[in-house]
Design a protein around this ligand. Structure first.
Ligand SMILES: [Zn+2]
Length: 303
């Protein structure tokens, strides 16, 4: 009888408090995320084998080691397809609740492009990659802080991939180096869903649907876009965008559902800051990082 009445009370409370159980907002701190975007850019360009890349790895590990249950550096070497040398590459893997079987991977690429093929003046110089590199990582570092204080039902693997942007234009096999390596050498238990963030810092943020992602995981995409709109971010628009070849593709090829949250209009349809030296922090905003970070985190807490 006592047990029954306790259950009854709990059930009643649950019903009464239901609307506040799903968080309308999280504590995602957009200014702190933007500071992490700036800090990465302050390290310099972060292409493979650069001084900036070494400093970036130290920067990520220092933050993630204080937050995650486990942090691993997945180091590997490849022959440089464009020079007579080895490329030193590193994926950074931060696991929360590593014992859980039900898992979600949140990922972004941390490397920046060694060239700027669409730049009018310096096409052969590496870019700083405020949006194309630093923005996705900045959101994931802040999500990691939130996961430290409030855990999710599924276990989370935050993975920062190296070598996404190494390939010369149209040389697709020399892109996605880190994610391709990871799917061949994954950490177990393996996640059942992958959420990739790339180019999510644009001040003029507009998130359309990547058809490759939609084909892989339509329900998850619709859910995340619906959550975004519901909590006040009209940057999420359920209309078709460009089909992306990004770090989600190696997962899809292995049969793991994966989506790419990306704004491939930087700042507009001409994409004129992309792969140029105009990809700088002043083209990105805390508000855009918040729209994506808060939405993804809210969705995660609903799982
Ligand atoms: Zn890129």
């Amino acid at each position: 009888m006592k047990v029954f009445s306790n259950r009854l009370i709990i059930f009643t409370l649950f019903i009464l408090s239901y609307p506040t159980v799903l968080p309308a907002q999280t504590d995602f701190n957009a200014d702190r995320a933007y500071d992490d975007l700036l800090a990465q850019c302050d390290l310099g360009t972060r292409e493979p084998n650069s001084i900036g890349a070494k400093a970036a790895i130290e920067f990520y590990v220092k933050i993630l080691e204080s937050l995650a249950d486990e942090v691993f550096l997945q180091n590997f070497q490849l022959d440089d397809p464009y020079a007579d040398r080895k490329l030193d590459l590193t994926n950074i893997i931060a696991r929360f609740q590593p014992e859980k079987q039900e898992r979600i991977i949140l990922c972004a690429h941390w490397d920046t492009r060694p060239r700027a093929e669409y730049d009018k003046y310096y096409p052969n110089k590496p870019i700083i990659g405020a949006n194309d590199g630093a923005s996705g990582v900045a959101i994931l570092l802040e999500i990691a802080r939130q996961l430290k204080t409030t855990s999710t039902n599924p276990g989370i693997d935050i993975i920062l991939f190296d070598g996404e942007d190494y390939g010369e234009p149209r040389d697709l096999q020399n892109y996605l180096l880190g994610s391709r390596y990871y799917v061949d050498h994954p950490y177990h238990p393996l996640a059942q869903q992958v959420i990739l963030l790339d180019m999510v810092g644009d001040t003029d943020l507009l998130l359309k649907i990547d058809p490759v992602s939609y084909q892989s995981a339509p329900r998850v995409m619709e859910e995340i876009w619906a959550v975004g709109v519901e909590i006040g971010y009209d940057q999420f628009q359920l209309v078709p965008g460009t089909a992306m070849y990004d770090d989600h593709v190696p997962f899809i090829e292995k049969g793991i559902p994966a989506i790419d949250i990306i704004d491939f209009e930087y700042p507009g349809p001409d994409n004129r800051y992309w792969h140029t030296h105009d990809d700088t922090p002043d083209k990105c905003s805390p508000e855009s990082l918040e729209a994506v970070g808060n939405t993804v985190l809210t969705w995660l807490y609903q799982q």
